[in-house]
Design a binder for this molecule. Structure first.
Ligand SMILES: C[S@@+](CC[C@H](N)C(=O)[O-])C[C@H]1O[C@@H](n2cnc3c(N)ncnc32)[C@H](O)[C@@H]1O
Length: 214
């Protein structure tokens, strides 16, 4: 008698395999230049690389949603200088081009070719005192909020679009959190494939692309 797999079982095996592939890619991924530590901000080289990556993609529209953008608009130029439209959201913006939006309940409002996701990390110090601020959420609320965000990303991404998720492997409240693996698991379960992995210290940027199952 042959072995039978349920759809759920197949998906679990696929996600497990992709996590294995991801950890091998991580081991061999290029280490980006960096200038010290960045606290709650990302290494600007990640933005620089993703903007360049998007510039040379011919399949996806040249519009990027920066869902958890720098509140002072610091990263906008990376896209603008490469002819890429950017929609920047932050819960507590300080720059006229950054829209005040809660990216766990509000998408970019149009189809985009790329999304960069650099949320506050669960357990990090508060990044604002505004309602919807992810760094203020307890663990369950944090991951529900981030899962809602992933749903909005899938809905707003062009069919050949790319995601660049920034996460890290860190410790908080006495335990290890693999936010990088959380992103890979979540997106691979939604039919995304791994494209590139870039390493900074301690952040990792994971580029994934939507694909279609016929
Ligand atoms: C880790 S920082 C990333 C900043 C940016 N990538 C940079 O390099 O400076 C995340 C930002 O998202 C904001 N934020 C938190 N919850 C949010 C939400 N629900 N929607 C939009 N922005 C949020 C935080 O206040 C913080 O400014």
């Amino acid at each position: 008698m042959g072995i039978r797999f349920s759809a759920k079982g197949c998906l679990e095996i696929r996600v497990k395999n992709i996590l294995g592939d991801y950890n091998v890619m991580l081991l061999h991924s290029p280490m980006l230049n960096q200038d010290g530590e960045y606290g709650g901000m990302s290494n600007p080289v990640i933005y620089d690389k993703f903007a360049t990556f998007m510039k040379f993609q011919t399949e996806a529209p040249k519009i990027v949603w920066d869902a958890f953008a720098n509140r002072f608009g610091d990263c906008i130029e990376f896209f603008i200088n490469r002819g890429i439209e950017v929609i920047s959201h932050n819960i507590d913006p300080e720059h006229p081009s950054v829209l005040k939006r809660n990216s766990t309940i509000c998408g970019p409002g149009k189809k985009v070719g790329g999304v960069i996701i650099h949320p506050p990390y669960f357990g990090s110090s508060p990044q604002s005192n505004k309602e919807g601020e992810l760094s203020l959420c307890p663990e369950v609320g944090y991951f529900i909020g981030l899962s809602n965000h992933v749903g909005l990303v899938v809905d707003s991404l062009d069919e050949k679009g790319y995601v660049c998720a920034v996460g890290r492997h860190y410790r908080t409240k006495g335990r290890a959190i693999r936010l990088d693996e959380w992103f890979v698991g979540k997106f691979s379960g939604l039919n995304f494939k791994l494209v590139e992995v870039w390493r900074s210290t301690p952040d990792v940027a994971i580029v994934m692309q939507k694909f279609h199952v016929w």
